[in-house]
Design a protein around this ligand. Sequence first.
Ligand SMILES: [Zn+2]
Length: 230
Amino acid sequence: MHTCACCLPRRAVVAGLTAIVASLGFGLGRARADSAAPVSRVLTPDQAVAMLVAGNQRYLSRKPQVCSVDLAALREATADKQTPFAAVLSCSDSRVPAELVFDQTIGDLFVARVAGNIVSADVIASLEYGAEVLGTRAIMVLGHAKCGAVKAAIEGKAVPGQISTLFHSLQPAVEAGGRDLTKAIQANARIQAGLLRDSSPVLADLIRRKKLVVVAGYYELVSGRVSVLG
Ligand SMILES: [Zn+2]
């Protein structure tokens, strides 16, 4: 039986959505193509994280399901409304494309990218919009192996232009990592996740009401695996 989520009958989308996405681990973009309901809001934060993990497993399996999605239909279905189920704060690094890594498609993820996946006022504002207005149930701060921004911050060498403005935000992770790049990268993901939890009253309130979870993750470039750091 063909069970691709983009082919789910309209009735099933709303009636059994939680069970469907839990069993398939699927993003909601395809299901939403048949429904105007803000379906991401039926998910719990833990289910949203589980969907990211399940998507990464599909990516690792070399059988990503987004390849079978009708992108034209999704563009049309999401043109007037978006209800992404999760947000990702990732590095700008070209080797870490969030939608591919989590096997998601149009309308599934609200993504903020900046070198070193660091938190700033602009990033907080963006993620507040994603969570409070659009209803994302999880935010993952995704560090990655061999992050050039963290590496440069550890080395502390002179860099051109305004690149060094990143270093101040990365310094606590550099100190936590003790010049070990991988430790510093993982510490940075945890530190930035903590900043999101603590520095935004909007996000903190959603977390308190169990409408949102903020987690740190680590992406291994060669294997493609995402580890949830907590
Ligand atoms: Zn990076």
